[in-house]
Design a protein. Structure first.
Length: 145
């Protein structure tokens, strides 16, 4: 079993603005993304990430690592910053859905996102989504139950 992410630890955990969502650094495949969340937490949905990492209509904080959400996110649009991650659209592949990505193409764990700074659902407003086909590993976003 993998190490469960503990939000009380400083190393490898990014506490987001609302204090109930944590980016748990790691390098797991999408099917194993729930392995990183500690008891009392669940894998955040993309909607939860947008809601909990917002300050009004803007983002509160840029992610430092690439993290899976609990959605099989597809894409619409073309190019980094001009795409949107959504439940409908063009599939990136069952095991490589779009995810939350740091603005850098490679995070400290070596996980890659070929697209970055993408929007959510029907907006291209930067919401820090990205990745897609061929980007096989990431950490996990965990939300308090």
């Amino acid at each position: 079993m993998r190490r469960r992410c503990d939000p009380d630890l400083v190393t490898g955990v990014q506490r987001f603005w609302d204090d109930e969502m944590f980016g748990c650094a790691g390098s797991v495949t999408s099917p194993d993304h729930a392995d990183l969340c500690k008891t009392g937490y669940h894998v955040c949905s993309a909607d939860e990430f947008v809601e909990k990492n917002g300050y009004g209509s803007t983002n509160a904080e840029a992610p430092k690592h690439h993290d899976w959400t609990d959605d099989n996110l597809k894409y619409t649009g073309v190019g980094s910053g001009s795409r949107s991650a959504a439940p409908t659209g063009i599939s990136c592949g069952e095991s490589t859905p779009m995810r939350e990505c740091s603005p850098d193409g490679v995070d400290p764990e070596g996980n890659q996102c070929n697209w970055v700074n993408c929007g959510h659902v029907d907006s291209t407003q930067k919401r820090y989504f990205g990745g897609c086909a061929g980007n096989t590993t990431a950490g996990t976003l965990c939300c308090k139950n």
